[in-house]
Design a protein. Structure first.
Length: 396
């Protein structure tokens, strides 16, 4: 059997190769060859050979500390970060299946990309400039939520002086002070839980709090309170779109408390940003399609009345010029117009492919939804966010 140092060297070489191929994820499973996810597609790495138990178990164990090894022995999966100097950082999940170790490594670049570099809509920058309230970044696993949040935090860090606290599991992007002071806390190392760290952060003079994930009722309660008491809170949820995001938060609470939560959420919500990744033209890389819901007085009324949730899509469609909102299909249409994606990718990722196809051909159908002035130039956009900031009373 190979020596531990030799196995660690093999693991590091695999990770270096993954970074060279721009793999977003590396999957390692017993009795299989490693697999890279590149541009959303899985590719088997045959040249690395089959990962037999006597090879993969000590290889993955070599990056664990004593406490993490004990957790794995007790059949508890472990989240951690791993750094390969001068190459990349990785968010790692190690778990057991069939009594053998498996690992998934998510690549995290050393540098944080800007909002412009990520091809995010300009309204994201304006959202990050709010002084208080709740911003939710949502999407499925692997849709780039952490990357978008890091870009927003970096924008705040670069443009204003404030105290930023991040609570992560594990810490992903390493953020350094620019105009702001940043403290990054990791679950299991610096604090016991999201809820405990979030509650503690309120006594640490924060201006901005980034919560890696709102996993439970207690964390959501504290996040809403933090936003209500004058802080900007940025967090994530695993939801598909804006309407589902609002429903998910409300449904976490018992029925007899949901009316109060609707009022609280309506008063603190700044925006819900939902995203999915689409292959760029040429296939080398992916670009985010972004749905943006801005909490306007009308949106607040809809949050208060669950029977009106069906109106949200139309509100977003019509809200581009005045508020900077956009649906997924509007975002996809813009990515296609700007030459980032092919017509085929646009159609495959659209919520309403037939309507999008007609719009791409320059045809607007009567039943296809009112996109308002979505096609107008950006300089014509007198956005709601340019002229309106939340008041101390939380009126958005």
């Amino acid at each position: 059997m190979s020596e531990p140092n030799e196995l660690l060297a093999q693991l590091n070489e695999l990770l270096k190769t993954a970074v060279q191929y721009n793999a977003s994820d590396i999957h390692m499973k017993t009795m299989s060859v490693p697999t890279f996810r590149i541009n959303g597609t899985l590719h088997r790495v045959e040249e690395f050979g089959v990962l037999r138990p006597e090879r993969i178990n000590p290889m993955l164990a070599s990056i664990l500390n004593d406490e993490q090894r004990k957790m794995v022995r007790d059949n508890i999966e472990v989240d951690l970060s791993y750094t390969l100097p001068s190459v990349a950082r990785f968010r790692v999940n190690i778990y057991k299946q069939r009594n053998s170790l498996c690992g998934v490594f998510r690549t995290i670049p050393f540098s944080v990309k800007t909002i412009d570099e990520l091809v995010l809509p300009p309204v994201i920058r304006k959202i990050a400039e709010f002084q208080r309230g709740l911003v939710l970044v949502t999407g499925t696993t692997g849709s780039g939520k952490s990357t978008t949040m890091a870009a927003m935090i970096d924008h705040i860090n670069s443009t204003r002086s404030c105290n930023i606290i991040t609570i992560e599991d594990p810490i992903e992007f390493l953020l350094r002070d620019k105009k702001s002071a940043i403290s990054q806390r990791e679950i299991g190392i610096d604090t016991l839980s999201f809820a405990k760290a979030l509650r503690g952060s309120l006594r640490q003079d924060p201006d901005v709090i980034m919560v890696g994930e709102m996993r439970d009722l207690e964390t959501i309660e504290i996040a809403l309170t933090a936003a209500e008491t004058g802080h900007l809170v940025i967090s994530t949820l695993h939801t598909m779109n804006a309407a589902e995001t609002i429903n998910r938060i409300i449904s976490v609470f018992p029925p007899n408390g949901q009316a109060q939560i609707r009022h609280q959420l309506g008063s603190v919500l700044v925006a819900a940003i939902s995203q999915r990744l689409i292959k760029v033209k040429g296939g080398k890389g992916r670009v985010p399609a972004i749905e943006v819901l801005i909490s306007t007085p009308l949106v607040k009324d809809i949050i208060l009345d669950s029977s009106r949730f069906g109106e949200l899509r139309e509100v977003i469609e019509k809200g581009y010029l005045s508020y900077g909102m956009q649906t997924f299909d509007q975002s996809i249409f813009q990515l296609y117009k700007d030459g980032h994606i092919t017509a085929k990718e646009a159609m495959e990722n659209a919520s309403n492919p037939e309507d999008l196809k007609l719009r791409m051909e320059g045809v607007t159908t009567a039943g296809g939804g009112d996109w308002g002035s979505f096609d107008k130039d950006e300089e014509e956009d007198k956005s709601y966010l340019d002229q309106y900031q939340p008041t101390d009373e939380g009126d958005y």
